[in-house]
Design a protein around this ligand. Structure first.
Ligand SMILES: Cc1cc2nc3c(=O)[nH]c(=O)nc-3n(C[C@H](O)[C@H](O)[C@H](O)COP(=O)(O)OP(=O)(O)OC[C@H]3O[C@@H](n4cnc5c(N)ncnc54)[C@H](O)[C@@H]3O)c2cc1C
Length: 418
């Protein structure tokens, strides 16, 4: 009998896992369950071009309808998985139907963290996770004059930039003392802050929202110092919560996310997890602590690892993390993880807004953030993947050609010299 792979969650990780399983030779049935009505689509444009009106909705689908048909992937829209019966190897759906599986993959992603204060459910309060949210927000942005963005992370800052580009006056509220505090170096935070203030965005740091109050026929966001910011649009970007309930309800190990090993296997060897919902010990973490990564790269690459294991090709997850964000005319691209860096070197021109920050830990290159230098980003991904070790002086020398490290001779890699 043909084997069945059931995948729960039809977004990046789910669609990639289905495609890769086929590509790697899985010949059985593939069922892709998604609780959204729309075919898997690109999420990053939702806070960027889709919100400014420069990225049309018909460009959003990740794969064509023909792809699912040709690859014999049964995509079931508006279908929610509600329970995993591990003893019977069946998954139960919202309508009570059951599907038997030989392999199961959980690619359930994450949902937004909601604002928790009086007035939080007011209709002026918006979130940004899925296409429905984005359509709703884009419509509201057309008539908005004053927006308050709660959260100075990527989603909040991209929304702030998109709104500002449409002439909306924007104030961003951040509880930390700087932007992108969880993911960016202090130097990069300062640069991004400058980019926004230069375009007229106001900031409130170290403040918490305590309420959304009626004000002059509209609303105002009340802060913990008693101040009130009138707004006709409020965008909340205060992080996400991984969708782990299916896993925990069926007794799978959950630790900050659905816990998986290097092959994307959960605590049940027939069940895999990938993407925003999965937590794992990354190969690059010096402390060996488990983490979740919220990025397109991670969703796609981890899905490939899971698909590979499903067809019996055990290849541990070892992809380099990378990420991007577009704000105004700034293309920020990050390669590697700069946590624990001890030095950094700037390459390029900050004045021209074209530069890269090369981060080193104990003289070892660990990450590169690039602003409008896509060629640096692509090179950085190659250097970090092959473990090349330019020195701080070489990186800081604009005449030194870092491409010479792309295919370093073995002895050069071993000695860490050019
Ligand atoms: C506005 C926005 C901008 C972003 N910008 C960037 C960017 O610039 N660069 C970048 O790298 N990343 C960006 N991201 C993050 C990136 O989109 C996510 O990391 C990525 O979508 C994760 O993919 P995933 O498949 O793991 O999960 P998700 O995309 O969250 O998809 C999970 C899917 O599973 C469905 N689901 C959940 N539970 C069930 C169930 N029980 N039954 C059926 N279906 C279920 C969900 O509804 C959802 O459709 C952005 C995200 C957002 C929201």
């Amino acid at each position: 009998m043909e084997k069945t792979l059931v995948i729960v969650g039809a977004s990046y990780a789910g669609a990639q896992l289905a495609a890769s399983a086929r590509e790697f030779g899985f010949g059985g049935n593939i069922v892709l369950l998604g609780d959204e009505p729309d075919a898997p689509y690109h999420r990053p444009p939702l806070s960027k071009g889709f919100l400014t009106g420069t990225y049309a909705e018909d460009r959003l689908p990740l794969r064509s309808q023909a792809f699912f048909k040709d690859e014999r992937i049964e995509w079931m829209p508006s279908t929610r998985a509600t329970y995993i019966d591990r003893a019977r190897q069946e998954i139960e759906l919202h309508n009570g139907a059951r599907i038997a599986y030989d392999h199961l993959a959980l690619t359930t992603g994450a949902r937004v963290r909601k604002l928790d204060c009086p007035g939080a459910t007011h209709e002026a309060v918006h979130y940004l996770r899925d296409l429905r949210d984005a359509r709703h927000l884009a419509r509201a942005a057309q008539t908005a004059r004053r927006a308050v963005v709660i959260g100075g992370g990527y989603i909040g800052l991209e929304a702030a930039a998109s709104l500002r580009q449409q002439g909306v006056s924007v104030t961003v509220i951040e509880t930390e003392s700087r932007l992108l505090a969880r993911v960016a170096s202090r130097w990069l935070s300062e640069y991004i802050l400058y980019a926004h203030t230069d375009r007229g965005v106001a900031f409130e740091f170290g403040r918490k929202v305590v309420g959304v109050r009626p004000s002059n026929g509209g609303v105002a966001v009340e802060l913990d110092d008693g101040s009130r910011l009138p707004a006709d649009l409020i965008v909340v970007g205060i992080g996400v919560i991984p969708n782990t309930e299916l896993a925990s309800d069926s007794g799978l190990t959950v630790a900050g996310g659905i816990a998986v090993d290097a092959f994307a296997r959960t605590s049940d060897p027939l069940i895999f997890a990938a993407g925003d919902c999965a937590s794992f010990v990354p190969h690059w973490a010096p402390e060996g602590a488990a983490c979740r990564i919220e990025s397109v790269q991670n969703a796609n690459d981890m899905a490939k690892t899971a698909a590979s294991a499903i067809v019996g090709r055990m290849e541990p997850y070892g992809a380099l993390p990378w990420f991007w964000s577009d704000q105004y005319n700034i293309k920020l691209q990050m390669a590697g993880v700069n946590a624990g860096f001890t030095e950094f070197v700037v390459r390029g021109s900050v004045e021209d807004h074209k530069f890269s920050l090369f981060y080193f830990r104990e003289k070892k290159l660990i990450a590169v953030d690039s602003i409008n230098r896509p060629q640096d980003h692509m090179l950085a991904r190659k250097l970090l993947t092959c473990g090349a070790q330019p020195t701080l002086a070489q990186v800081g020398d604009p005449t030194f050609d870092l491409k010479s490290f792309e295919t370093p001779p073995a002895n050069q890699l071993a000695q860490g010299v050019a």
